[in-house]
Design a protein around this ligand. Structure first.
Ligand code: ADP
Ligand code: GLC
Length: 486
């Protein structure tokens, strides 16, 4: 094994537990890193309902961490690299959403829960387990940030990489958590973890990691500005020399219309007309009439970030144009209610499905003609890439990873064979309406549309080049201590 040894820490890993793109990345990136020769372990909490047979687990660590009895179980699942599961039932043994209780609110002890994940990561980073001691600890999002703060001053620590998947989720907790978590007092300062009178987990990663990455080059620039810096832009500018934007890829074992077991009819570029069978099946599933109209899809968390309010404002336009829409999403109640109401008013044109449904997400990508993703900000975004490879041109806002991955035929410098979707310059209802009309106009020209579809289906969103960039960063920060076990 020639590559560095990586301990990759994440609070969600698909298909075991997923609330968004972090889970997809936490599966696909480690898989590609293993292919590139890294020895890798994925560390995540042992939530109460992971679909893993308990007897398959092997204890590789057992001890007391910050007053909690913790076991780490080695497990394997499908084609994922080896998993290390942090077992502490009092904190992680619950079922359902990993961050929210049944009332839809954050678990009140989330600071405790993710401090324990971070502390376990720090412990394993220093002492290793099962003959594996990492050269690099790769931390993802606020849930893991504290580990970098706890390790920064330890000479025997591995290299520290922190990836920001969404700067707006910061893990900020009331100041008294410094004491409740018994954190070293020197961390309670502005230049460490204190943030506007609170304890900020994400600052742990941003302040202390050797290298910081985020999930697209454009987002890396945007978070250094007050507009999208979420109060941390000053700190990020200060660390700009160590900040890199690396665009996410997609996992072709999961998102590929030629092999996807979840869709109605499989197809590829040479059989793209079979996509029509998926459209028919999607319509039939929701009693949408067969008319000569485009079908728009959306799969999203229902939050302001994703611009669902813009979609709601533009509904009258889409309806007037005769379009049909299938929206799958869950999130803020008022958006769900607005969609339920609108679907009630337009049963022949709008379907809203609430909840989390992996199979339907695939069926929408395959069955829709175009995909709506007018996010206000989008660190990378995966759905626009899934859409393009499914021949479903996306309508997006020019922000973050959307700006980096979608190319509009009307933009200067975009050759016809490079165009893959529609990009609007502002996240406003006016801009969305204009872009929607432009997309509908293109859809009515079959030759134009075919080319747009084909360009997206041909595009390469492989993880390999991005994983190679992570590997370069790992090599730069790796620390192989003399006493390291192999
Ligand atoms: P984010 O992580 O900000 O939510 P991404 O585009 O990176 O955005 O990733 C979202 C992922 O979550 C995609 O794989 C998408 O298909 C999936 N997803 C989002 N909402 C749902 C839902 N209601 N049902 C099924 N999958 C969903
Ligand atoms: C976050 C971002 C999304 C990104 C995903 C994976 O959830 O909101 O844009 O694709 O992380 O990096």
């Amino acid at each position: 094994m020639t590559g560095p040894r990586i301990l990759f820490v994440s609070s969600e890993v698909a298909p075991l537990v997923k609330t968004g793109g972090l889970a997809d990345v936490s599966a696909a990136l480690p898989k590609m890193l293993a292919e590139l020769g890294c020895a890798i372990r994925i560390l995540m909490p042992a939530y109460g309902d992971l679909p893993l047979p308990p007897e398959a687990a092997r204890v590789v660590y057992a001890g007391q961490i910050a007053g909690h009895a913790v076991e780490v179980h080695a497990a394997s699942f499908q084609d994922l690299p080896p998993l290390w599961l942090v077992r502490c039932d009092a904190l992680f043994g619950r079922t359902g959403n990993p961050y929210l209780g049944p009332d839809g609110r954050d678990w009140p002890d989330n600071a405790d829960r993710f401090a324990l994940l971070a502390r376990t990561a720090a412990t394993l980073a220093l002492q290793g387990a099962d003959g594996f001691r990492p050269d690099v600890l790769h931390l993802n999002d606020w849930q893991t940030g504290l580990a970098a703060a706890l390790l920064a001053d330890r000479p025997e620590r591995p290299g520290l990489v922190f990836t920001i998947h969404n700067l707006n989720f910061q893990g900020n907790f009331p100041y008294e958590w410094f004491g409740r978590l018994a954190l070293p007092p020197e961390l309670a300062t502005m230049d460490r973890l204190e943030f506007h009178g609170q304890l900020s987990f994400i600052k742990g990663g941003i302040v202390h990691a050797d290298a910081i990455t985020t999930v697209s080059p454009t987002y890396a620039r945007e978070i250094c500005t007050p507009a999208l810096g979420a109060g941390l832009d000053g700190l990020l500018r200060h660390r700009a020399a160590d900040l890199t934007g690396i665009v996410n890829g997609i996992d072709p074992d999961v998102w590929n219309p030629a092999t996807d077991p979840l869709i109605h009819t499989r197809y590829d570029l040479s059989t793209v007309e079979r996509k029509g069978a998926n459209k028919r099946a999607l319509r039939a599933a929701f009693d949408l009439p067969t008319v000569a109209a485009p079908l728009l899809g959306m799969v999203s968390r229902l939050t302001e970030q994703k611009g669902i309010d813009l979609v709601l404002e533009c509904l009258p336009c889409a309806i007037d144009e005769g379009a049909q829409l299938v929206v799958l999403g869950s999130g803020e109640r008022h958006f769900e209610q607005a969609l339920v109401d609108a679907a009630g008013r337009h049963p022949r044109q709008l379907v809203f499905v609430t909840g989390y449904d992996e199979r339907l997400a695939h069926r929408i990508e395959a069955g829709a003609d175009m995909f709506l993703m007018p996010s206000r900000f989008e660190p990378c975004g995966l759905n626009q890439m899934y859409s393009m490879v499914y021949g479903t041109p996306p309508i997006v806002h020019r922000t973050g990873g959307l700006a980096d991955t979608v190319h509009d035929p009307d933009d200067p410098g975009v050759a016809p064979e490079a165009a893959t979707g529609f990009v609007m310059d502002a996240a406003t209802p006016v801009a969305l309406e204009a872009t929607l009309r432009r997309a509908l106009g293109a859809w009515r020209k079959p030759m134009v549309w075919r080319e747009l579809q084909a360009n997206g289906m041909r595009a390469d969103f492989s993880w390999r080049p991005s994983a190679e960039r992570y590997l370069e960063i790992y090599r730069r920060v790796a620390r192989r201590s003399a006493g390291a076990a192999s």
